[in-house]
Write a protein that binds this ligand. Structure first.
Ligand code: DAH
Length: 363
């Protein structure tokens, strides 16, 4: 309860106000005291208003006194307010026991996408074989994507790739979304001196969509240029890769003749596998699974990059990264890779804490 203040004497007002503040034992009661003293029609505000009617001599004496009183009461209220709030918190903490054995709140962690996981695995494997990582743009031109890779003009392969073309620019040139990572071969040979040993991981694009094709997908290109390179090197390198990637010591492989404009001879590499119910067993078996395209770099490609085929030879390979992820981790539908469904990512994703150690790109 608060005391009603009736006097206009500052000392008396002060005593009464301080007594009322002291007596206020709740925040509500304290607020009532504040309104009754400092509020618009409070006792202190009322005497402040009388200042105007005082004669100058009296005002000189009363003015500072009343101001000091106002400050003192304001401070007293603030202090009491803090004390009451602290006491309320203490009481609340004392009433609620803290159970330190309760489990903490669930922390949601993300997962590493299977494609990113496989990129990391591939980079590590090839870095250990001395390959460096090279990059090129997603928006390419006809020269790097086709011409320098020995695709003849009007060759049907240009259509087979279901290319996404941009509209022609001012010079009549039509840029395109690269249909494979092979143009990075050209860019690297034009910008760096051999010997070369690079992999080029990246996004590629073709106008295609079904269970095993998406308009955007991922490839990894490999290129080795050196003196005296032959198909034995190609085979040895890719055998080592397959063993490391599928984590099997014994893998049957077969190099099936194929055609790519930029390699001669060209091959597709198949690995043996068998199926046990739903599970694919990679390594041996009576079935073959195609996993990549490869071959010896065509002399015309070397020439387009100002390299003399009599001095330099090389081999190249290209593989579908998403497809390898599907195979290694038993993921049935490629389209789900790009749906951004959190449940899918939680199921097929990898722990960020168990990544291959980051490859350093030795060269
Ligand atoms: N660029 C080819 C494709 O996308 C894949 C490929 C095949 C790359 C053979 C190569 C290679 O480097 O030697 O179908």
């Amino acid at each position: 309860m608060t005391t009603v203040m009736t006097t206009a004497d500052p000392e008396q007002l002060k005593t009464e106000a301080l007594a009322a503040i002291d007596a206020a034992d709740t925040l509500d009661a304290l607020e009532a005291v504040r309104v009754e003293t400092l509020g618009k029609s409070g006792s202190i505000s009322a005497v402040m208003k009388t200042l105007g009617k005082m004669d100058p001599d009296e005002r000189k004496v009363m003015g500072p006194k009343l101001n000091a009183l106002k400050t003192e009461i304001t401070e007293a209220i603030t202090q009491k307010k803090t004390a009451l709030e602290d006491a309320a918190l203490e009481a609340e903490l004392a009433a609620k026991a803290l159970d330190l054995s309760l489990p903490g709140p669930d922390v949601r962690t993300g997962t590493v996408h299977p494609t990113s996981q496989v990129f990391a695995e591939l980079t590590e494997i090839f870095a250990n074989m001395g390959f460096a990582v090279a990059e090129g743009p997603d928006i390419e031109d006809d020269f790097h994507n086709f011409t320098a890779l020995n695709f003849p003009p009007d060759h049907p392969a240009r259509d087979h790739h279901d290319t996404f073309f941009f509209s022609a620019d001012d010079q009549g040139e039509r840029k395109l979304l690269r249909t494979h990572t092979s143009p990075v071969q050209i860019r690297t040979m034009l910008s760096e001196k051999p010997p070369l040993r690079i992999i080029a991981p990246g996004r590629t694009y073709r106008c295609d969509s079904d269970q095993t094709h998406t308009p955007m997908f991922h490839q990894l290109e490999g290129l080795v240029i050196d003196k005296g390179v032959h198909m034995g090197h190609l085979k040895g390198c890719l055998m080592d890769f397959v063993k490391a990637f599928f984590e099997v010591d014994d893998v049957e492989v077969r190099f099936r003749p194929h055609h790519f404009p930029f390699t001669e001879p060209s091959a597709e590499m198949d690995i043996g596998y068998s199926r046990d119910g739903q599970v694919l067993k990679i390594g041996t078996g009576d079935s073959w699974l195609e996993i990549l395209g490869c071959g010896m770099v065509h002399p015309n490609v070397l020439k387009a990059c100002n390299l003399d085929p009599n001095d330099w030879q090389g081999f190249a390979f290209g593989l579908g990264v998403d497809r390898l992820a599907m195979l290694k981790y038993g993921i049935p539908d490629l389209r789900a890779f790009f749906d951004n469904d959190q449940r899918w990512l939680k199921h097929y994703g990898f722990s960020p804490l168990h990544q291959p150690s980051t490859a350093t790109g030795l060269s």
